[in-house]
Design a protein around this ligand. Structure first.
Ligand code: HEM
Length: 339
């Protein structure tokens, strides 16, 4: 099924404004500023990084991703989340893809990463790239490109991805503590983002990624049970969720953006504004002046173009966290093992 055919929400039937040209230019300018700051100590990332060494790289990634997402639209969510979990833990170095080894539990096998998906697809894309241009395109760049393409294929924005990341050689489960906490409060979320050079706008904008995908019951069951449900969650919605998620059930899932979970749009914000954000972290966005105002604005449905633009900018910032460049790290030939 084509991703387009999977659209279910009424807002998605409108013609979505493409990123206007001046906004696209702004994205590129901001990207340059972000990358200049973050990679200042070493070499910088570059949008045309593979233009000579592997000119087909972006096409290969896009075609493979498109074929996979056409077949299973929900894979777009998996790819977007993989890139986020990569970047927040030890920087965007594809450490999230490495397998555990005897004596070392890798990030992949840490608790918060238990439901990450899409590893096989990334491996397939890497194999194609190794055939076309051996030992050239890093797994970290593949993740950044696939996340961008996944969003675009889900009817979201697209943006230029600066490339030239290299792959890390280590991955440790303990470092996953750097991921923003699901439970706590808005201040803990803001702190976790600030620790990565991201601000309140990035938090509320990137949380918009929850317009795609699903959460497993244990991620939100504590808002429904045992006796007192989370007052921040709409009571009627609690009743509906309880029918899908029994305490102790670890397999069932609920859509993060009900009715529109394979379409990238602003309906997630409408759910959050109505106290129907599925995760605690979604609900916390209503507890801070700026993030709340952003949610309400995006929920109005009149700022879809702004959100798309903001998302592209924040993704570019996230994609530059702690990158390895130059002679740091390596270009893995298989994404799940170091060379
Ligand atoms: C603000 C802090 C965040 C927290 C606490 C958080 C937490 C979570 C949790 C608990 C799930 C459900 C996992 C499961 O039960 O299987 C989830 C799903 C997801 N998250 Fe987040 N997340 C955050 C931010 C982000 C960001 C910044 C992105 C991307 C830019 C993102 C993308 C996604 C996607 C796409 C899914 C659905 C995955 C799928 O369907 O396989 N999240 N998140």
């Amino acid at each position: 099924m084509a991703a387009a055919a999977a659209t279910t929400c009424s807002s998605c039937r409108r013609t979505r404004p493409a990123l206007p040209a001046p906004a696209a230019a702004l994205v590129v300018a901001l990207l340059a500023a972000v990358l200049g700051a973050s990679a200042g100590a070493g070499q910088q990332l570059d949008v045309g990084y593979y233009s000579k060494t592997c000119p087909a790289a972006e096409d290969i990634v896009r075609n493979e991703t498109a074929a996979a997402v056409r077949e299973s639209p929900d894979l777009a969510a998996a790819l977007l989340r993989l890139h986020y979990h990569d970047c927040f833990v030890q920087g965007c170095d594809a450490s999230v893809l490495l397998d555990s080894t005897p004596g070392n539990t890798a990030e992949k096998d840490a608790m918060p990463n238990g439901s990450l998906r899409g590893f096989d697809l990334v491996a397939r894309v890497k194999d194609h790239l190794e055939t076309a241009c051996p030992a050239t395109v890093s797994c970290a760049d593949i993740l950044a490109l696939m996340a961008r393409d996944a969003v675009a294929l889900s009817k979201g924005p697209s943006w230029p991805v600066a490339l030239g990341r290299r792959d890390g050689r280590t991955s440790a489960a303990a470092t996953c503590a750097q991921l923003p906490p699901l439970r706590g409060d808005i201040n803990l979320l803001l702190q976790a983002f600030a620790a990565k050079g991201l601000d309140a706008r990035d938090l509320v904008v990137l949380s918009g990624a929850h317009t795609l995908g699903k959460a497993h019951c244990p991620s939100y069951a504590d808002r429904l049970y045992p006796s007192s449900a989370d007052p921040a969650l709409d009571a009627r919605y609690v009743d509906r969720l309880r029918m899908r998620c029994n305490a102790g059930d670890s397999n069932s899932t609920s859509e993060l953006d009900p009715g529109s979970c394979v379409t990238f749009d602003t309906s997630y914000y409408r759910h959050v504004a109505r106290r129907r954000g599925l995760l605690r972290s979604d609900a916390y966005l209503m507890d801070h002046r700026f993030t709340r105002a952003y949610v309400l604005q995006a929920a109005s449905g009149r700022y879809d173009g702004h959100f798309f633009h903001d998302f592209a900018v924040s993704m570019a910032k996230m994609a530059s966290i702690g990158v390895l460049t130059g002679d740091q790290g390596e270009i893995r030939t298989k994404c799940n093992v170091v060379n």
